[in-house]
Design a protein around this ligand. Structure first.
Ligand code: ZN
Length: 993
């Protein structure tokens, strides 16, 4: 293994010519540990960038500049459609096939306001090139069938097929996806701001598609757009990982053979600068019975400098961090302390994925009448800052954050290569230097130099780009209880008018076409077409589980887990407190305990001072609550985590801060407490439309198992209602709240409940051990009695009314333990259900954005869910039909193989260093040994169609008794669904006012 602390040695020189490519530039980056190559393809002019690293998760992405010229969502519909199939791979849905038949660790496509990017990643070389080969062919030479356009974009159909008297409706996957996006207050706010701040540029259009405009898009426009922009000449190929550059070039040379240079002007034009500020108004949906008081979102948005002016852009990003980035930020504080609104709008901060940067600051849950006051407050605060300067510790904190994040190896749900790619495209797309800003130490040094030369540089730029900058808007977003009804009425009128303009023959033609589309969707691909896709050989699938180094120890009578992993000079520490003894009445308060502990003052420091210390000495700091069954389901565990990360040199200071926070946390600042509660309430509330399926699953799961009940109590609608109540009655609730939190603190922050989990290399592990002892001495240690009383679980069959124009449907059953032999079969079945049956019936035919199934032995649940779904009753029926179908039919051998591959892919999802340490700890809580994990894997690998069918038949028939259902949707849709359902949903409002 090469020395991972350096970077891969350059293998090509500037000026080298290889396989028809010319190397333009080679640059190494020490902290990132990569060697970068900028390359151009002679024949086509295609641009290539490879970041050669030690990471075995290789990433390949093709990006095109795709400037929209209307809001039909053309780039977005095309993004969905090219992945359907090509001449070479003439299947109906190649994307789905790749997803289920490869060991991809990431496969996706993104439509941005001005570009479209297609990334794939894998840890296995053969698999990686299979994916890259097919993806390139799809993108450059797709079939773009009319049926695909109808299915992904839009088409007309009769509500009741065959009945010419029934209403005309529009269906389409992107159409429904965007209807969901247009129900989200945050998305609507962002859209209003972007469109009005850049009124004369491509950003005035919605590349994702406005549901009112999508139906005007024609098939011809759709084909033309592809012809114009999807050429190698207009492409940017981004590669990341440990495969050598020369190997990539040989592959790309093969893919680009036969293509010529196609000149197209896709330059993204800059928005001309406005000379006068403007103001705009928009509305967003709220529940019919919701109060409208204090529900307006008010923002000021500025257009700033060009991304390619890197130095200015960097300073502006730092200034954004200074103004609103942390609890110590002066503009954030001024806005919150003003009491004019509850907390900052989620768009507050900088947006760098546009040609010219944007900065926003504003308040949510404000009053429309206060808009001018808020505007004045923002400008007064900025002027004061310009006069007095920024706190230099705040600036140091941000420079430390840049250094930290430049070193950190992170992989959340996205591969590390994706975040680097995002950074690079911010300049690369606009013909700027793609590598600028990747050298983080150099970046920090430059900032320091300029700052030393001109100590007032941050103030001067604040003055120039914010105070004196007339290119800005005041955006007011008001709640409208009739938003959805108006939209529906507008739509129905339009449809009625359209319908009455059509002859009977035309209507019947629409009906026939819709029926033909359904037929096309149901037809299986021919075996010849299916055989065209490259197949992963079974020997390419790793047979053994990967293990994570874990050393169990004791320090000062506290259990420790040490994971010796290369982390590039960063230590990750999780303090896990057991919650098994927390009485029921205090359980709902636990998330607030986390929020207050991480957000308030401590040890004589105010919360701003603590926030500043955190920014200066830690990379990250947060809390989490988690619970689950043990692997044999004999019992369950509940934990609260406080996790932080720090550069080795900052470990002593970081542990000091944690010690202050946990041992001397201060809950007396009432105003701050109220703000934190409001923030939590607002964050939960705005998560509902984007993650409605998760909320629905939680609501149903709570009926079935204790871990799922806790999950809903801490993170679901029960928690939202709880904090809503506390926020709304803060004055009368505060003393009770403080008393409960104090009790919780003494119950939770207790040495006898603690486990310390440390992830770092040998040096880091030693440093944590040496420095953490004073914390252990200071933490109280007293015996705790286990709580005996368990909450009563009650059945759930709920329709939860929320202001949205699409639905989220969940049907959930109790599932067996991880070590039960049925478990591996259920996990395989959930994959296969998601990839085939539910995908076909709910997404392809039903027009929902998603339909899936999941098996979660930790919460003890097997779930069926749909996402941004136009249907409710039909979807519940499909869930039932799917169970019957899988209980009666064996999977085809080929499907079985794919289900095995995609299940293994899921088990082998790559983790970053801190994720590996965390996963190892969770396995210890669950008592899941490596032997059990290998056994589970063996069961997956040896599964047969017969075994799966027999397991499902027994399982579904037994588990049906435990079924719980929850649907999040608009109240009208829920009432309509109840007309069709035998067992009626019990309706409730999300927010009771
Ligand atoms: Zn989409």
């Amino acid at each position: 293994m090469p020395d991972q602390s350096t970077f891969p040695q350059p293998t090509l020189q500037v000026g080298s010519v290889l396989h028809g490519f010319k190397v333009l530039r080679v640059k190494t980056f020490t902290d990132l540990r990569v060697t970068a190559y900028e390359i151009e393809h002679d024949q086509t002019g295609a641009k290539v960038l490879h970041l050669h690293s030690f990471d075995r998760e290789n990433l390949y992405a093709i990006g095109f500049r795709t400037p929209p010229n209307d809001s039909t969502g053309l780039p977005h519909i095309l993004e969905h459609s090219v992945l359907a199939g090509s001449q070479k791979y003439p299947l109906k849905d190649v994307f789905k096939e790749l997803m289920r038949s490869t060991l991809q660790t990431f496969i996706n496509a993104f439509t941005y306001p001005d570009k479209t990017i297609y990334p794939v990643a894998s840890q296995i070389k053969a698999d990686f090139y299979n994916l890259a080969r097919v993806y390139t062919d799809l993108v450059l030479q797709p079939r773009l069938l009319k049926e695909t356009f109808f299915q992904e974009g839009h088409h007309l159909e009769l509500l009741t097929p065959g009945d010419l008297s029934s209403p005309l409706i529009i269906s389409g996957i992107v159409y429904n996806e965007m209807k969901g996006a247009y129900s989200s207050p945050d998305s609507l706010m962002y859209k209003v701001i972007q469109e009005n701040l850049y009124p004369d540029s491509v950003y005035s259009f919605d590349s994702g598609g406005d549901p009112d405009v999508i139906p005007t898009l024609t098939y011809e426009q759709f084909q033309n757009f592809h012809r114009t922009y999807y050429s190698p000449t207009n492409a940017r190929f981004f590669l990341y990982g440990d495969i050598p550059t020369a190997v990539h070039l040989q592959f790309l040379a093969g893919m680009l053979t036969g293509f010529d240079r196609v000149e197209v002007d896709s330059t993204i034009q800059s928005q001309p600068r406005l000379t006068k500020p403007r103001s705009v108004r928009g509305t967003y949906p709220v529940g019919k019975d919701e109060s409208l008081d204090h529900k307006t979102m008010i923002n000021i948005a500025w257009m700033l400098a060009e991304n390619c002016d890197y130095e200015t852009a960097l300073f502006l990003e730092i200034i954004s961090g200074l103004l609103v980035g942390s609890a110590a930020s002066p503009l954030r504080k001024a806005l919150i302390d003003s009491g004019l609104g509850e907390d900052l709008t989620p768009v507050s901060g900088i947006e760098a994925d546009l040609k010219q940067l944007m900065f926003c600051a504003g308040l949510r849950n404000a009053q429309s009448a206060d808009a001018k006051k808020i505007e004045k407050l923002i400008f007064d605060t900025l002027r004061n800052i310009v006069a007095d300067g920024f706190d230099s510790e705040l600036i140091e904190g941000i420079l430390h954050q840049i250094e930290f994040h430049g070193k950190e190896i992170v992989r959340g749900s996205y591969p590390y290569g994706i975040s680097l790619m995002g950074h690079i495209f911010q300049t690369w797309l606009y013909d700027g230097d793609p590598l600028i800003g990747l050298d983080f130490p150099e970046t920090i040094e430059n900032v320091r130099k300029l700052w030393t030369a001109d100590p007032q540089i941050f103030q001067k730029m604040t003055q120039q780009w914010l105070v004196d900058n007339p290119h800005r808007i005041l955006a007011i977003m008001e709640p409208d209880p009739n938003f959805s009804a108006k939209k529906d009425k507008f739509f129905q009128d339009k449809m009625n008018k359209l319908k009455s303009s059509l002859t009977k023959e035309e209507l019947s033609q629409i009906d026939t076409q819709a029926a033909q589309l359904k037929k096309f969707q149901l037809e299986a691909d021919t075996p010849e077409a299916a055989a065209m896709l490259p197949k992963l050989r079974l020997e390419d699938i790793p047979r053994s589980i990967e293990t994570i180094p874990t050393q169990v120890g004791m320090l000062e009578n506290v259990q420790t887990l040490k994971h010796d992993i290369f982390t590039n000079g960063i230590a990750y520490v999780d303090l896990a407190f057991d919650l098994g003894h927390i009485p029921e009445e205090l359980q709902p308060y636990l998330p607030l305990l986390g929020k207050m502990t991480t957000g308030m003052g401590a040890a004589g420091f105010s919360y701003e001072e603590i926030a500043k210390r955190i920014a200066l000495k830690m990379g990250g700091f947060g809390y989490d609550l988690s619970t689950g069954f043990t692997a044999d389901a004999s019992t369950n565990w509940q934990k609260m985590f406080f996790s932080f990360s720090a550069l080795y040199r900052n470990l002593p200071a970081a542990i000091n801060i944690i010690t202050d926070i946990l041992c001397e946390g201060d809950l007396s600042a009432e105003a701050r407490m109220r703000d934190l509660i409001s923030e939590r309430k607002n964050n939960l509330q705005s998560a509902i439309v984007p993650s409605g399926h998760i909320f629905a699953k939680r609501a149903a799961g709570a009926a079935l198992t204790l871990p799922a009940y806790r999950d809903e109590q801490w993170h679901g609608r029960t928690q939202l209602r709880f904090v809503q109540h506390k926020a709304g009655n803060f004055e009368s609730a505060k003393s009770d709240l403080q008393e409960k939190l104090h009790r919780l603190k003494s119950l939770v922050f207790n040495k006898t409940n603690l486990l310390i989990n440390i992830t770092a290399d040998d040096q880091g592990l030693k440093l944590v051990y040496e420095n953490i002892v004073p914390l252990l001495h200071k933490l109280p240690a007293h015996k705790v009695a286990q709580e005996q009383k368990q909450p009563q679980l009650v059945s759930v069959y709920a329709g939860i009314a929320v202001p949205t124009s699409v639905s989220y449907v969940a049907s959930v059953m109790k599932a067996p333990a991880y070590i039960d032999p049925a478990s591996a079969m259920l996990m395989l079945a959930a994959k296969e259900l998601s990839n085939s049956y539910l995908y076909k019936h709910i997404r392809v035919q039903g027009g929902a954005y998603g339909g899936m199934s999941s098996f979660d032995p930790s919460l003890g649940l097997f779930s069926f869910i749909s996402y941004r779904d136009p249907h409710i009753a039909e979807t519940l029926q499909i869930f039932e039909d799917a169970q019957a179908f899988f209980s009666q039919n064996e999977m085809a051998a080929d499907d079985m193989e794919k289900a095995i591959i995609s299940t293994i892919g899921m088990l082998d999802k790559p983790l970053d260093p801190s994720g590996r340490g965390y996963a190892a700890m969770m396995r210890i809580f669950a008592g899941a040994t490596d032997e059990m994990r290998q056994n589970f894997r063996d069961n997956v690998l040896s599964a047969t169609p017969r075994k799966v069918k027999d397991t499902l038949k027994d399982y579904f028939s037994a588990a049906a008794k435990s079924k719980a259902v929850a649907v999040y949707s608009a109240s009208e849709k829920l009432a309509e669904a109840n007309l069709l359902l035998d067992e009626k949903l019990i309706l409730e409002n999300l927010i009771e006012e």
